[in-house]
Design a protein around this ligand. Structure first.
Ligand code: TYD
Length: 211
């Protein structure tokens, strides 16, 4: 695919959504076509699934059922939004992708990694070219996340221990895979954005050199 596929990951409140917007603005200012999208969601069908998984009681779904719902949403997002944008040669920035399922469903509530990986291999397969992991102490992240207005708090309601497991899981995954870069998210947004650009700019040059 001619495009560039970037994903942003991290615990709740890590600031990745703000960084996604800043990155998209900068890329557009430099003349790149950008699709900024998010999971769960990013296509009309997947946005409907988003409401099912992010609202309501923490015990509304088991981790196994969540794996199916998040993967169904991802498949639709891939078919309707991500693949077409990459085929047009755009930079796709997604706020969360498969690593979120690997962590939030695969490791935070028992070991369901094998189930997540098998379903990913069957239904999704693709991985981003680059994944930025915004790393932050969960006490800071949860305070930021729960201060926001809104009703999408099902995962925040799972508590600090859950977020701590998620942080450790993300860091362990990042250490195993070359496509990850870990970014310290406990800094001013402009400083974090500068770090993000240091990681993204070389990818743009590589892509330009290939075409
Ligand atoms: P998000 O909208 O990124 O929330 P925030 O902006 O607060 O970080 O993600 C919503 C929640 O969905 C988040 O708590 C993590 C959860 N999630 C999963 O558990 N599995 C997944 O596969 C995805 C994509 C998200």
């Amino acid at each position: 695919m001619p495009g560039l596929f970037l994903s942003l990951e991290g615990i709740d409140g890590s600031g990745k959504s703000t960084q996604g917007r800043l990155l998209a603005d900068r890329l557009r200012a430099e003349g790149h076509a950008v699709t900024l999208t998010r999971e769960p969601g990013g296509s009309p069908g997947a946005e409907e699934i988003r409401r099912l998984v992010l609202e309501g009681a923490t015990d509304r779904w088991s981790a196994e059922t969540e794996i199916l719902l998040f993967t169904a949403a991802r498949r639709d997002h891939l078919e309707k939004t991500i693949r077409p944008a990459l085929a047009r040669g755009e930079v796709v920035i997604t706020d969360r992708f498969a690593d979120s399922t690997r962590i939030f469903q695969g490791v935070t509530r028992g070991d369901l990694s094998e189930m997540v990986d098998r379903l990913h291999a069957l239904m999704i397969e693709v991985e981003p070219d680059l994944t930025l992991l915004f790393d932050l102490d969960p006490t800071v992240g949860l305070a930021r996340a729960t201060a926001r207005p809104g009703t999408e708090l099902r995962f925040e309601d799972m508590g600090l221990d859950f977020q701590q497991k998620a942080r450790a899981g993300f860091l362990a995954l990042a250490a195993r895979q070359d496509r990850f870069r870990v970014i310290d998210a406990d800094a001013a947004p402009e400083a974090v954005a500068t770090r993000v650009w240091q990681e993204v700019a070389p990818r743009l040059s590589e892509r330009a050199a290939r075409s």
